[in-house]
Design a protein around this ligand. Structure first.
Ligand code: FAD
Ligand code: NAP
Ligand code: SF4
Length: 674
């Protein structure tokens, strides 16, 4: 297909870099996957990157690779410092090139974010997110570090990479030299701005000198630090011009240091939220600019390019969710894209837990050699009961493998609990997963029977029966639980009941938090761009260095109490990289957290609890129960009694610690075995 045939002409305009032409404007951004440190990691990475190259990515950037030991992100993380390590990298570059792709190695020195005792920084200032204090780099070690960057780039060239990305943002070592906040030196590497940018400039100059002209150098520039005493806008512009002069080919956008208390990529962040930052820099340099953060669908990417906000788009997580994102967009099949919902649950949260990354909506990601797609040898007739995430994943995967699938769903529409999740402000992206499944069900000819409660009679006779009947809210045993002002979360979120102004929420798990957010924000538009920027204190005018302003958090029109019986911080089980956002939203909105309560009774005055040894009344108009769930196994029990065999997946199998990641993984894995 020609670029003129696509409905995304800007996205598919090739980008001529002089000695290499990129086939489109889509960069697969750098992402650590955890494979870097696995024993068979290079083989697995080769398969992983090759699939993204086959899927049409214009240029791929690898996860960060340290140029030396002090630059490790964590002990023994990946490093490229001598030629003995080239063999593994060649597997990657050859696999990508065979599929017509291009790939750069990202050089990342973690600086004071290095989670190990060898970490270094320009000054002895411990990062607020690290327990290790950095060693101060002496002038001699600074020069050696620059040489290490240059050597790493040269080795990357030898390994067959088309270029490197120099990681200069997110608060890592280079950024720490640039910002006055972290650079308190008084020698030639600190003090004036010219001194503070000497380090990145020397790196880029050194690399260009060593590798020659026919090699891509992307410089990832922190265009918006989102910390106090970060770079000013004038400094950003000056640095970009200097880096261009020093020999960079492309400048990529970095947003926010890791220690910033502003969400930059989570699902609460509106799509393309930071494209305005890159746009500000357009025209200040002649080399192409790449924008990034929360771009996940082609129409968003196309609009950014058409509006002149950037020359190229970077997306990272969307390539986990769908390796064929680019191909589908080019062939005008955007509705078939499995969209990244920015949940972080299987990617970043895994990395923080030192597990291999994957993707909630695509469990094959980073597991290409372990969970490959294989067509079924013999087509079977399969009944799947329940069209929540588990049943949908199972039905679609089984049908894709060649089976004939019938999907029974008791509700009027498919989606299960995701029909509620998508109604939570800031979780609107969950609807994209349902759109993806609806399109796939139709494309694959799955026989979908909605408003149809499966019975043993209906499913008997299939070769395989899969029960994915999910969960139902757990009732509570509290006096007054049946009063008319006591509702379940499903009733409240689903719009069947309207809560009053003062609400007590029983249960502070993920759904208790989501219900609080729903009640606080319903009808407000704080997830629209301007409202989001104001609420989190992000200044488009860039009046202060770092780009922060005083946040204008909207005043809530409800008083909410969120309760749990256990002691400790509510929300401890929330995602590692997103839990702080949920807690912060509720705190800023004045939600009162109660831990260690004993529920006594509910009456017309509100909810009575024992707390801190005293009996207390929480005076509220409504009580919402979010006390977890129980498996829905009615059909499974009937089949068992009738002696009919079946498979159990998702919430139907176990309700404890259930989330959509497990539901989709189980649905996919079972379908792969059928
Ligand atoms: P379900 O989603 O419960 O689906 C089961 C389906 O089976 C239902 O549609 C039901 O109608 C149908 N069914 C039952 N019995 C029959 C029968 N006999 N015949 C036909 N159909 C039947 N998870 C996350 O990972 N991340 C999140 O951020 C997140 N947020 C959430 C927010 C909210 C507000 C809620 C409610 C849930 C959230 N979850 C989240 C949880 C996630 O939605 C569930 O873990 C997931 O939906 C479980 O999938 P499932 O397919 O096992 O079951
Ligand atoms: P949950 O996380 O298990 O929380 C249930 C809450 O109810 C707990 O606070 C628990 O605390 C309380 N509870 C349990 N039994 C109770 C009882 N008998 N009486 C009173 N209180 C009781 O379950 P959930 O909030 O329903 O969430 C379900 C799943 O969806 C979770 O596993 C989660 O992974 C997923 N989810 C994830 C997100 C996300 O953002 N990642 C968001 C929503 C949902 P005490 O026992 O201490 O009182
Ligand atoms: Fe996107 Fe969530 Fe998948 Fe990560 S796990 S790639 S955030 S959908």
């Amino acid at each position: 297909m020609h670029t003129t045939d696509t409905v995304f002409p800007h996205l598919f305009r090739p980008l001529d870099l002089g000695y290499i032409t990129l086939r489109n404007r889509v960069l697969m951004g750098s992402m650590h996957t955890g494979l870097e440190e696995e024993h068979d990691g290079f083989q697995r990475m080769a398969a992983y990157y090759a699939m993204r190259a086959e899927g049409g990515a214009g240029l791929i950037v690898t996860g960060g690779v340290a140029p030396n030991r002090s630059g490790w992100v964590a002990p023994f993380s990946i490093r490229l410092a001598d030629s003995s390590q080239l063999g593994g990298h060649r597997l990657i570059t050859e696999a990508v090139h065979e599929r017509g792709g291009a790939i750069c190695l990202q050089i990342l020195h973690a600086g004071r974010y290095g989670y190990h005792p060898l970490c270094v920084a320009p000054s002895k200032l411990r990062a607020p997110i690290n327990r290790f204090s950095p060693w101060v780099l002496s002038p001699r070690r600074i020069k050696r570090t620059i040489d290490d960057f240059v050597r790493c780039a040269d080795l990357a060239r030898e390994a067959g990479y088309d270029g490197v990305e120099v990681m200069g943002s997110e608060g890592y070592l280079i950024n720490e030299f640039i910002a006055a906040k972290t650079n308190r030196r008084s020698d030639e590497w600190g003090g004036s701005f010219a001194n503070r940018i000497r380090f990145p400039r020397a790196i880029v100059q050194g690399i260009r000198e060593r590798v020659g002209e026919r090699f891509i150098i992307i410089y990832r520039l922190s265009m918006l630090d989102l910390i106090d005493k970060g770079s000013s806008w004038e400094e950003v512009v000056e640095l970009a011009a200097a880096i261009e002069e020093d020999g960079a080919t492309l400048i990529n956008t970095g947003i926010g240091w890791h220690e910033a208390r502003v969400p930059t990529i989570a699902t609460v962040v509106p799509r393309a939220c930071f494209a305005w930052v890159t746009r500000r820099l357009m025209g200040s340099v002649a080399i192409p600019l790449i924008t990034s953060n929360r771009i996940n669908m082609p129409e968003v990417a196309e609009k950014i390019l058409a509006d002149g906000c950037a020359d190229m788009i970077s997306m990272a997580r969307p390539f986990l969710a769908d390796p064929f994102w680019v191909k589908k967009a080019r062939e005008n099949r955007a509705d078939e894209i499995n969209t990244c919902i920015a949940c972080n649950q299987a990617c970043l949260d895994h990395i923080f837990a030192r597990k291999t990354a994957s993707c909630l909506v695509n469990p094959r990601a980073c597991h290409e050699t372990i969970r490959p797609f294989v067509r079924a040898g013999r087509p079977k007739r399969i009944a799947v009961v329940g069209a929540g995430p588990a049943g949908l994943a199972c039905a679609v995967t089984a049908a894709e493998r060649g089976h004939r699938v019938t999907l029974f769903e008791a509700a009027e529409t498919v989606g299960g609990q995701f029909l509620l999740a998508r109604l939570i402000p800031g979780k609107e992206e969950f609807e994209e997963t349902l759109r993806y499944y609806r399109v796939q069900l139709a494309r694959l000819g799955v026989d979908v029977r909605t408003s149809c409660t499966a019975t043993p009679e209906l499913v008997r006779g299939y070769d395989d029966i899969v029960i994915a009947s999910g969960v139902k809210p757990r009732p509570v045993e509290i006096e007054g639980k049946d009063l008319p002002h006591v509702y379940s979360y499903a009733e409240v979120i689903g719009g069947k009941k309207i809560a009053g102004r003062r609400v007590a929420i029983i249960g502070a798990g993920g759904i208790g938090f989501d219900t609080s957010t729903f009640l606080l924000e319903k009808g407000r538009s704080s997830h629209h761009l301007d409202a989001f920027l104001d609420a989190w204190g992000i200044d488009c005018q860039y009046r202060q260095p770092g780009g922060l302003k005083i946040p204008e958090w909207p005043v809530p029109d409800r008083e909410i109490h969120l309760l749990q019986r256990k002691a400790g911080k509510p929300g401890e089980g929330l995602g590692k990289t997103t839990g702080w956002i949920h807690r912060s939203v509720l705190k800023k909105s004045g939600v009162r957290f109660w831990s260690g309560v004993q529920y006594l009774r509910i009456d017309g005055e509100g909810l009575w609890v024992r707390h801190g040894g005293e009996e207390k009344l929480i005076a509220v108009d409504t009580v919402v129960v979010c006390a977890g769930q129980l498996s829905e196994r009615g059909l499974a029990a009937d089949l068992e009694r009738a002696g009919v065999g079946f498979h159990l997946i998702g919430g139907a199998m176990a309700a404890g610690e259930l989330d959509a990641k497990r539901a989709i993984l189980q649905g996919t894995e079972l379908a792969d075995r059928l």
